[in-house]
Design a protein around this ligand. Sequence first.
Ligand SMILES: [Zn+2]
Ligand SMILES: [Zn+2]
Length: 354
Amino acid sequence: MERPKIPQRMQGVVLPGGDRTEIREYAVPRPGWGQVLVQMKASGLCGSDLKFIYHDHVGTGGSQYQGVIAGHEPSGQIVEVGSGVSSFTVGDRVVVYHINGCGHCAECEKGFMIGCTSPERQAYGWQRDGGHADYLLADARALLHLPDPLSYIDGAMVACGVATAYQGISRAQVSGRDRVLVVGLGPVGLAVVMLAAASGAEVYAVDVVSDRVALAETYGAAQGIVAGADALTRIMDLTQGQGTEVAMDCSGNPAGRYLCLEAASTWGRVVFLGEGSEVRFEPSPLLIRKQLTLYGSWVSGLDGMDRTLAFLVRSRLHPDSLVTHTFALTDVERAYQTFAAGRTGKVVLTFDEK
Ligand SMILES: [Zn+2]
Ligand SMILES: [Zn+2]
């Protein structure tokens, strides 16, 4: 590919708190050793941005927002390669794994930079400049090739939520032998529905919002259930009183987690993906005597993200269909306001082909 013309200046978005966005001008960075410059094509807005940065700057120590360019779900095309990079070249389409760790702790060695606790750990959009900009400086060791059949928006979806969903179903080893309950149908829950159904499982999908339940059925759920007092009875009826082999909570809500423990069959596997809040339950009837295995699953490793991309290609899936709104970077104020109103699916910033 011919070397693209790279401008001197670019725009980037900072989240100063108080439900505000700010577009600032920056010099376009130049890649150093082991780095590449990515021209951004799609940059997702995430619920964690709202929770920890957009409304107020929540978080302490290493996880604090550092006033950098926001956006930890970047996908784009490489336009410049620094020295020492052999596996990527100009023109490559890429997804950025959203965290660089220290590179040598046990979690980093596993590719789980999310779990790195070193002070060197930096997340894009939190401690180092992220994807809400025309260009992004990325370390090649945290990059993945975006396969041709997938769009840049597919790539941005994988960079956070869809890989999180894939790791969740991998932890529970979901297969065509399973009936899978999915509780909480935000972007991650809908991705779990899509991936579990594509794995051959029979999926039952529960949410308090009936529109989301209907959406889950279009993504492959065999049965959608609007959350309510009769949800457990419905699931038991559907499974001849056995419950589901796998139950995945993507709601982060005490009632959602409790329903998963109740609805899981004897010897079932339960996965908690949704963050925050709490749950209280009686371990004897709900965990011990049911011989349950309970997994916590947090985001994904680099290898898991790569497997997610490959699985989407093999299964001919496009998670860009979970996106309900796209905005230009210059319209970022409206993008966050729309997303924060809580009535959308996924919201993504997209960039013109230049
Ligand atoms: Zn995210
Ligand atoms: Zn580390």
